[in-house]
Design a protein around this ligand. Structure first.
Ligand SMILES: [Zn+2]
Length: 114
């Protein structure tokens, strides 16, 4: 569950303030709903649903296991998306230093404390 505190390529800090990733839960929730929707559609296409048997409940179990397996990927993807909402891509990042307007909000002793 550990993540880089700096981008290994451009050295952009990934946690730009205390509690920064608190809001990433909303992104993660939306991604999880998308996974559920896709899993539901694929199950419906290949296995189907019926009121006469327990296929729906098998899908619920399958979907729960699928979400548990995908959680580390969804967490990282949602954190990357959340960070990209706040830090703009700089096409000339190699030529000048990281934009340090966020640096004063980084409190090293409070990192990961949320
Ligand atoms: Zn980078």
């Amino acid at each position: 569950m550990k993540m880089n505190s700096l981008c290994p390529v451009c050295k952009q800090p990934t946690e730009i303030e205390v509690g920064f990733y608190y809001g990433t839960g909303y992104v993660s929730y939306a991604l999880a709903l998308m996974v559920c929707g896709i899993s539901f559609a694929v199950w419906w296409l290949f296995i189907g649903f019926s009121l006469d048997d327990s296929r729906f409940f098998w899908w619920l179990g399958f979907n729960a296991v699928l979400l548990a397996i995908m959680q580390p990927y969804l967490m990282r993807l949602s954190r990357s998306m959340w960070l990209s909402f706040f830090v703009r891509y700089d096409p000339f990042w190699k030529e000048h230093a990281i934009d340090d307007k966020h640096m004063d909000r980084i409190v090293p002793e409070q990192m990961g404390n949320w």
